[in-house]
Design a protein around this ligand. Structure first.
Ligand code: FMN
Length: 161
């Protein structure tokens, strides 16, 4: 298989096929292996949402930000923590790379995570601890569509000195 870091692409169309228990275990293991600033693990947590009713509520309250994905990996971080967005982003990448390795599609969602934070009742239903905010949602599922393959080899400026 191609290097999963290079093979990963943002996927925005998913099949309704559920993510299996074995795949969920591997996605969680990838999340658990993520680095965290100053080894402060207690400032980040995740809610893995597969329940259809909960997913539908997240979609309806976030303008369908999660593209109907069958699994939402909601990564939350302690409010005001300096490492929050950084921790959540490296963890999200771990989950997305593992998803690619498993033959699953994924996408990093910032907009839906921010919108979610306006709904304390929904946050509670998702198991997000008081004092934490959703920072990133990683949507995961079998891709229903492959995006046009953009050449990303020159996306960013890189200098070597
Ligand atoms: C900080 C950040 C925020 C993002 N937020 C969203 C989002 O809210 N909705 C979405 O569809 N994609 C979102 N993405 C995915 C990007 O749009 C996607 O990574 C970008 O278009 C590049 O495509 P690629 O991941 O296939 O290389 C986000 C990515 C990052 C890194």
């Amino acid at each position: 298989m191609e290097d999963p870091v290079i093979a990963r692409r943002a996927i925005r169309k998913f099949m309704s096929l559920p993510v299996t228990q074995e795949e969920i275990k591997k996605l969680i293991a990838a999340f658990q292996a993520a680095p965290c600033g100053m080894h402060q693990a207690s400032v980040m947590q995740a809610s893995v949402i597969v329940d259809p009713a909960l997913r539908a509520e997240v979609e309806s309250k976030t303008n369908n930000s999660c593209y109907g994905a069958p699994l939402l990996f909601v990564i939350s971080t302690k409010k005001g923590n300096n490492f929050g967005e950084r921790n959540a982003s490296v963890a999200a990448e771990n989950v997305m790379i593992e998803a690619t390795e498993l033959g699953l599609g994924s996408v990093y969602i910032m907009s839906g995570a921010s919108q979610l934070n306006s709904y304390p009742d929904l946050k509670e239903k998702l198991g997000i601890t008081t004092g934490f905010d959703a920072t990133v949602i990683v949507c995961v599922g079998k891709a229903a569509d492959q995006p046009k393959l953009e050449d990303r080899s020159q996306r960013y400026q890189v200098v070597i000195k």
